[in-house]
Design a binder for this molecule. Sequence first.
Ligand SMILES: Nc1ncnc2c1ncn2[C@@H]1O[C@H](COP(=O)(O)OP(=O)(O)OP(=O)(O)O)[C@@H](O)[C@H]1O
Length: 621
Amino acid sequence: MAEEKRQFQAEVGKLLDIVVHSLYSNKEIFLRELISNASDSCDRLRYGAITEPDLLAGDAEFCIRLIPDAAAGTLTIADNGMGMNHDELIANLGTIAKSGTSEFLARLTGDAKKDVNLIGQFGVGFYSAFMVADEVTVVSRKAGEAKGWRWVSDGKGEFTVSEAPEATRGASITLRLREGETEFTEAFRLKSIVKRYSDHIAIPVRLKEADKDEETINSASALWTRSKSEITPEQYKEFYHHVAHAFDEPWSTLHYKAEGAIEYTGLLFIPSSKPFDIFHPDRKQHVKLYVRRVFITDDCEELLPPYLRFVKGVVDSQDLPLNVSREMLQHNPVLAKIRSGLVKRVLGELKKKAEDAEGGFETFWETFGAVLKEGIYEDFERRDDILELCRFRTTHGDGWTTLADYVGRMKEGQDAIYTITGDDLAKLKQSPQLEGFIAKGVEVLLLTDPIDEFWVSAIPRYQDKELRSVTASGADLSKVKAPEGAEDKAADEAPAGEVTTLIEALKLSLGDKVKDVKVSERLTESAVCLVADSGDMSMHLEKLLRAHGQGPGEKPRILEINPRHGLIKGLAAKVAAAGTGPLVDDMAALLLDQARIVEGEPPADPAAFARRLVSVMEKGL
Ligand SMILES: Nc1ncnc2c1ncn2[C@@H]1O[C@H](COP(=O)(O)OP(=O)(O)OP(=O)(O)O)[C@@H](O)[C@H]1O
């Protein structure tokens, strides 16, 4: 078969451009990436060979070889792992299969400094080779297949693939080093990089210098099997980078051995920065499952619940069988016990950090709080533990608060925990529905994560306090005393008879555009606001669902009017004296439209809204 010429997927081209032009600060990490890939590939073959021993074809001694050639200016990283066939070379090295890649690339700004940080979250893996090489050649033969293939590229948009009869099992990656990068052929330099980044790799990394015997240059024992006292923070960090394909510092490291009925070792990390795909539906989980040091899978959904998907690391079981298949993992009682142990450990660690003033828990919360909150309705058993960890913004100061602290601050006569949901903190704080609560000093939780809508309606109570939205009708503030010194607003209201007449007039005029019109307890500054009837879906949830083409569509709401507001008082007096008419109809429609606008909704009929506004303004002159 002749040489095939192919184009990189557009995304790869863009990424390569950034890799070559911006990532010059820490070039040596290319070696960690390539050794990581080689080790993953050996792990895959070792596992595959459990059910298909022929794949090994007699060579079961896995190793990764570094072969520098100073004269030629090349460095080769060779492994005897699973390798890639023709189609896999094209798919794996010519495209990026990660979910969310295009969204990620769209976020790149073109500003090298900012983009380097973003790329750090994304991980460029194999492509980091082009930081130091102006040509990369991959020669590979897949385990169990007869034909070998050569993939060559200068990283400038194209690559070629051709047959390689000389290929042995696994992959051998040769970098033609750029001018000025020849240090990567020096044994001393290679040893120090491997020691630094890849010492913990369970597979031996061997250096083969010309005219010298091969030498193993890493410890080649799986890090999690070593005792904690022998592992330095630096080694934990490097292992985290390897296992999680991450570049940040771990925020927390948990390393423990569970003993008793079920035995396993867990080495888990909580990252310090948010992975780009944490909310992507196709994201992968990142805890690798091993059975007695043999890699089984990095895609075992049963290992941790989705609300802990930010956890990365390794779990090594003593009790699962080595030939455990994916199907067997699905309803496996051993795995269920491991999962429950892991959840307990992770939540316990978070609790410890939350109680430690120096633990940086708020930083964690800002990064992963929205994910953890999914557990409130997904994990009934752990709900209380998770709720204790939750932190909220509230109308009481700018910091974070816990539910326990909120309850401690509840006013006399206040019988519920009040919440408001929306997508922007600053806008939420301006919500008219909050006015009466603020006036009475009643604290309200300001909830801005999409997930908040779901858990708030899923849990009826915290301690024995009901959770209630301030945008729902039925918020009874009458039992809560106003703070000392606050004037009695009731004296300032429109006469009750006039208000009743106005309400009737508004109902008649607005018809089925509103569910009801009522006097408001909660408004102090604004003239009107919309609230959801007690059994109805919250307005924010309805909007969220509508944005995703779901839910029942827009439902009429209750329009609340503020009898203390000058406009309402004037309108009530006018209707009482002169009855209704076109002006009152225009005003009714305008009041409803502006209540919608404050909720972030457009007026129901923008043209009619504009016409009415102009007409009323004209009359005001
Ligand atoms: N030495 C190798 N042997 C076999 N397959 C390999 C090897 N190196 C890379 N691959 C394949 O190429 C794919 C892409 O590698 P790359 O390093 O770009 O990404 P990754 O390892 O999947 O993720 P990350 O970017 O987070 O490191 C790998 O998933 C793997 O399938």
